[in-house]
Design a protein around this ligand. Sequence first.
Ligand code: GTP
Length: 301
Amino acid sequence: MSTRAGFVALIGEPNAGKSTLLNRMVGAKVSIVTHKVQTTRARIRGVAMHGESQIVFVDTPGLFRPRRRLDRAMVAAAWGGAGDADVVVLLIEAHRGLTEGVEAILAKLEEVAGGRPVALAINKIDRVKAEVLLGLTEKMNGRYPFERTFLISAERGHGTEDLKEWLSTQIPESPWLYPEDQIADLPMRMIAAEMTREKLTLRLHQELPYELTVETESWEEREDGTARIEQIVYVARDGHKGIVLGHKGETIKAVSKAAREELIEFLGRKVHLFLQVKVRPNWLEESERYSEMGLDFKDGA
Ligand SMILES: Nc1nc2c(ncn2[C@@H]2O[C@H](COP(=O)(O)OP(=O)(O)OP(=O)(O)O)[C@@H](O)[C@H]2O)c(=O)[nH]1
């Protein structure tokens, strides 16, 4: 039997459940899921195997109305991801239906898809009644010629195997793009930084400064098989530093502990994690940060 390999872009509004779906189909935690919106800042890819097919997912940042420069770069990356893909999957939320945000995506979809198959996945079906799903399926298909419609619950795993199965038939015949055991092409450093950012998000909730980023400064493989990882949490203002550190450094200590535990689980070996908090007022405007995040700066104006 011949092998297949190709790219699938997941697009949708923030919070639609893209990361959850990606995690579900890839079967490993490569994307970061939290209850906050806009957590996905990078074009994270996960690789799923289905029979002889290798499906490479491009998890795009939420498509939303861009206001700031970083936001615009994120949106450009999201659409860029869709443009490069062999198949596009539009993920919407069952209980929210055809929102303004979905309307905005539909308006651009034909152009971005450029003749490539687009599937509709209605997620969070666990939150609505069957009648609602029927109505929404009809309405959406009246608006765009979707190749297929899948009714799924990414969280519970309903319908996600069918979607994966279908995707595996839509990608072209090709040698595999990644070694079978490689679950993500995202550099480990970036995954580690995202883990710390997730812990900060969970710990700080509403207090979390939006202008916050985590970078892995150094990653040293030691002879005893452990890894020594240094990360810097960048905040935009002095006042934010205190929030991230917490009283007597409690917050950053707890974050560091939680992130380290997750890293140990992920890597399956011992890790020493060191976090530092630094103020960098202009990080949002620094172009090299954008390229580190896989975002294209030139679209920002
Ligand atoms: N009830 C229900 N909740 C879900 C389902 N799938 C995802 N969620 C929840 O929806 C929220 C958003 O999920 P994410 O996977 O982070 O969404 P996302 O689209 O990646 O969001 P961004 O990264 O912000 O673009 C999380 O709280 C999930 O637990 C589902 O099938 N049912």
